[in-house]
Design a protein around this ligand. Structure first.
Ligand SMILES: Nc1ncnc2c1ncn2[C@@H]1O[C@H](COP(=O)(O)OP(=O)(O)OP(=O)(O)O)[C@@H](O)[C@H]1O
Ligand SMILES: [Mg+2]
Length: 214
């Protein structure tokens, strides 16, 4: 059986990950692909509890960065084995709204945990299950926040950091992307939704020609 395709979207809050994933899934399903969409943290029963603790529960406010790192990793370890690998084995397209690069950037760069330790924990959590391609939606931090203000839902814990934190996130992402040019596709997220969606489709068709024409 044809192995599936594992696609992840990364980028700071408000850059348009969820918007592009929705468009991509619609396109893929029109072409007859079966998509499995997951978001991080969460995506499993246990992972959703971890998500609640990390993002919304009052108990999560006291989490130290080390605990935060391990909770993200725990959620991801469960997601990979319970959802992602079985779906790839069944030939599906798996699209994840954030994945291990978020941890490398948020905990390793923005929270300043030792990056080599973060990389080890990431590797242990995913057990070799790496994305086939990662779209990094990059844009100016202030412009992304303007978008979020327009979206008007209350900020969660990870969205309530000072501006310098998000600047560090942006730079961290660019660095991670530069270190793995084969996997990352860097996109200018300030462009209009439709143009970005078209580019993403084009990149996928070029890179995974064999997958889409089997
Ligand atoms: N290319 C675009 N141009 C203008 N506005 C956009 C674009 N893409 C998304 N938006 C709008 O910006 C807001 C944030 O988009 P979206 O929720 O997709 O971002 P996100 O990366 O998923 O954010 P989060 O990290 O908070 O989940 C939404 O209101 C969306 O409609
Ligand atoms: Mg989103």
């Amino acid at each position: 059986m044809r192995r599936g395709l594992f696609i992840t979207f990364e980028g700071s809050e408000g850059c348009g990950k969820t918007t592009q994933i929705r468009r991509l899934v619609a396109w893929l399903e029109e072409r007859g692909e079966t998509c499995v969409t997951v978001r991080e943290p969460g995506g499993t029963a246990a992972g959703d509890q971890i998500r609640h603790l990390l993002q919304h529960a009052p108990q999560g406010r006291a989490l130290v960065p080390e605990a935060e790192l391990l909770l993200f990793a725990a959620s991801r370890a469960q997601l990979v084995r319970e959802i992602v690998l079985p779906a790839l084995d069944a030939g599906r397209v798996v699209i994840s709204d954030r994945f291990l690069d978020s941890t490398a950037v948020y905990q390793g760069v923005a929270r300043r945990l030792p990056q080599d330790r973060v990389a080890d924990i990431n590797a242990f959590a995913v057990g070799g299950c790496l994305p086939d391609v990662t779209f990094l939606l990059d844009m100016d931090v202030d412009a992304a926040f303007d978008r979020l203000r327009r979206r008007s839902r209350p900020a969660d814990r990870m969205e309530s950091e000072p501006v310098a934190f998000y600047q560090a996130v942006r730079e961290g992402y660019l660095k991670v992307a530069a270190s793995e040019p084969g996997r990352f596709c860097l996109l200018d997220a300030a462009r209009c939704e439709e143009d970005l969606a078209r580019d993403i489709r084009k990149i996928l068709q070029e890179r995974f020609h064999g997958f889409f024409t089997r």
